[in-house]
Design a protein around this ligand. Structure first.
Ligand code: ZN
Length: 244
């Protein structure tokens, strides 16, 4: 099975479409790691695409808050403004879809969470010291996470008790077969933060045992134009230019 792995779409439908075209013909099932909405101008369209295409999808913190759940107080001003706008914008069906998303999905030898195994919706998994707890809480060989918007490859070698953190640079390919266990973050489709403004995604091939970090260029100016015309805070639009 070949999976297209997407995360943190954040209402950026143009970026999502670019990923779908770039990955066309290279996947059988789509896995989504949450934060379909928040920050971006087309939350309903993104939810509808994911609801239609996703084989599995987990709940992100922005999905939770934007659908009326708890956590607004944990957001900074920009995230809060975006979440309040998104809450009003979402159709009832789409709000219900987000509310119904599970926090954790286990699918064969893969675990999906938005944040981390300890705190599936909220924890940012990015530091070495978080790895022992994170690997201990999952039994699958591979865990897929999002939330930080940073493409990363975390590994654990249970025979040597060695942990490692690697950045998921464009076209880096991870070999999953062997002794290591992995936690992989494909990066963000709709709001990359690693300095590469292109939409990030992952291609996971179970048969060959590989995960490839991928990027797709998209029409950033066009997403920014809709954000401006909707009166979104300017920094939210501007950051897309830099991928920060
Ligand atoms: Zn996010």
């Amino acid at each position: 099975v070949r999976y297209l792995v997407v995360s943190d779409i954040h209402g950026n439908r143009i970026a999502l479409d670019a990923v779908l075209s770039a990955a066309e013909g290279q996947w059988d099932r789509l896995l989504c790691l949450g934060d379909i909405v928040g920050y971006g101008p087309e939350p309903n369209e993104c939810v509808e695409v994911i609801a239609k295409l996703a084989h599995a999808c987990v709940l992100g913190n922005h999905d939770l808050v934007s659908a009326g759940g708890e956590g607004l107080s944990q957001f900074n001003d920009l995230a809060r403004i975006a979440a309040e706008w998104t809450f009003c914008e979402l159709t009832e069906d789409n709000r219900y879809y987000l509310q119904s998303l599970p926090q954790v999905v286990e699918q064969g030898d893969i675990t999906l969470v938005h944040g981390s195994p300890r705190s599936p919706v909220w924890e940012y998994l990015q530091e070495m010291h978080q790895l022992p707890d994170s690997f201990a809480r999952v039994s699958t060989g591979l865990t897929l996470v999002g939330h930080t918007h940073l493409p990363r490859a975390f590994s654990f070698d249970p025979t040597q008790l060695v942990y490692s953190v690697g950045s998921g640079k464009w076209r880096t390919s991870i070999q999953l077969k062997g002794n290591l266990r992995w936690i992989l973050n494909p990066g963000s489709v709709g709001q990359p933060r690693d300095g590469d403004p292109r939409a990030a995604f992952g291609l996971l091939d179970i048969d060959t045992g590989t995960f490839q970090f991928e990027r797709a260029a998209y029409d950033i100016a066009s997403t920014q134009a809709s954000m401006r015309s909707l009166g979104f805070p300017l920094p939210l639009a501007e950051r897309l230019t830099f991928g920060r």
